[in-house]
Design a binder for this molecule. Structure first.
Ligand SMILES: C[S@@+](CC[C@H](N)C(=O)[O-])C[C@H]1O[C@@H](n2cnc3c(N)ncnc32)[C@H](O)[C@@H]1O
Length: 426
């Protein structure tokens, strides 16, 4: 019978193959029926971590493997070699355990069984790689379609910084329900960030942290916490969160005392908003509907539009994304974002505020989208972003905020985001 580590490795191998061979997203496979279904919570966490770590360092693994392979092995074997290489060199796992487990996995699968000898021989050589040689390998490159766009938008130094941030992964950020970051940092042993989030470095089991059961905080990247702060909802205001699930921003809005309607097109994802609100003892009206056709009973004072996007700002948390998506698959989102913006503006009362945001690194989903909206809607203006803890150079010429993973390098980075607060003429 396979040991615990082997079951986790086996599941990580399946996850990797599904991403690399079938372009599936990890998040879609981590549910009840995916490759992790029969594992214990600890095994699941380990499998998901191994798969993500391998995807973050796959180019480096290939560079180490190349001299030991006469020709590229079939994809399943290649994925197994990459997994074990990253486990040994990035995680510094004991070589005998990683090699033996990979050989056992190869042997147990009829598609790879005949190559178990090769797996053994190659990984024994990989195990001899000096740590300094591994450390000297450059971080994984972004895929060509994204690298080119980011290079044109932000320049080569930024691209290099973003790639380094992706390789480093992401810390765990929490948003305090009562807004007291110092008290929460003391409670969980984290660091209060200048923008009001609390950061924890190193692996932590979220549900075991103090305050989880009481709903004193929720997990939310420090950058993702800023759009709701930019909207600055006030008690009693009528506010809608138009693309709400899983609800991080809904909880922030509800915590202000505003009357919040949280809307999402996905019933399944809306269930997550409901769970999150229940745990944090916050309330909002929940609506499953298409934001393009939904109408509120009265015009709204403020709207948050966290529009569907390429999510290219979250690659450090989701290293599978560059393998599962490409430039063509994200293009239709640009038009949808413009439609959602126009519709949201229709729903606002005169003088009302709309924060548009996307977790994207592409100007097409941020700066360009807002500039085009201002052109389409004479009288619309941007209220310049001004929030505690933001650096002046995060602000763009329009008055929005451009955030990138290479910002805050000494603090552990942040997700990529763009946000701007639009004000409808009175
Ligand atoms: C970026 S996510 C939102 C994240 C969320 N605001 C948070 O902070 O937790 C985008 C969401 O938009 C929803 N969505 C996509 N198209 C939509 C539409 N036409 N109307 C309403 N929601 C939509 C998706 O189901 C998805 O949950």
């Amino acid at each position: 019978m396979a040991g615990q580590g082997d079951r986790a490795r086996g599941a990580a191998w399946q996850l990797l193959r599904a991403v690399l061979e079938d372009r599936q997203l990890l998040a879609e496979m981590e549910g009840e029926f995916g490759p992790l279904a029969d594992l214990t919570p600890a095994e699941r966490a380990r499998a998901a971590r191994l798969a993500r770590m391998t995807l973050r360092h796959i180019d480096r693994a290939d560079a180490v493997l190349k001299p030991h392979l006469r020709k590229a092995p079939p994809p399943p074997v290649r994925a197994l070699l990459r997994l074990a290489t990253v486990e040994m060199l990035q995680e510094a796992a004991a070589a005998h355990g990683a090699v033996n487990a990979a050989v056992a996995l190869a042997r147990a699968d009829r598609r790879t069984g005949a190559m178990a000898g090769l797996v053994n021989a190659v990984l024994r050589k990989v195990a001899e790689t000096p740590p300094a040689a591994w450390d000297a390998l450059p971080p994984q490159r972004l895929p060509g379609w994204l690298r080119g766009r980011l290079d044109s938008a932000w320049g080569r130094a930024a691209v290099t910084g973003v790639e380094a941030a992706h390789a480093a992964g992401a810390p765990l950020d929490l948003t305090p329900r009562d807004g007291d970051a110092d008290a929460l940092a003391d409670m969980v042993g984290g660091v209060a960030l200048p923008t009001g989030s609390v950061r924890l470095h190193g692996a932590a089991q979220v549900s075991a942290l103090p305050g989880y059961a009481e709903g004193a905080w929720w997990v939310q990247d420090a950058a993702a916490a800023l759009p709701a702060r930019l909207l600055a909802a006030k008690p009693g205001e009528r506010v809608a969160d138009l693309c709400a699930a899983p609800g991080g921003k809904t909880m922030q809005l509800a915590a202000t005392g505003a009357q919040v309607t949280a809307l999402d097109i996905s019933e399944q994802r809306m269930a997550r908003v409901e769970e999150n609100l229940a745990r944090t003892d916050l309330s909002a009206d929940l609506v499953v509907a298409d934001a393009l056709t939904w109408s509120p009973p009265q015009p709204l004072d403020a709207i948050l539009l966290d529009a569907p996007c390429s999510a290219t700002g979250t690659i450090r948390r989701h290293p599978d994304l560059p393998f599962a998506k490409d430039g063509a698959s994200i293009k239709p989102l640009f038009a949808l974002q413009a439609q959602l913006l126009d519709r949201a503006l229709d729903l606002l009362a005169p003088g009302g505020r709309l924060v548009f945001c996307t977790c994207s690194l592409l100007p097409e989903e941020g700066e360009k989208q807002v500039a085009a909206t201002l052109d389409r809607h004479p009288g619309l203006s941007v209220r310049p972003a001004d929030l505690p803890g933001i650096a002046p150079d995060w602000r763009d010429d329009l008055g929005g905020l451009r955030l990138r993973p290479d910002f805050w390098p000494d603090r552990g980075g942040m997700d990529g985001f763009y946000m701007a607060c639009l004000v409808k003429s009175g």
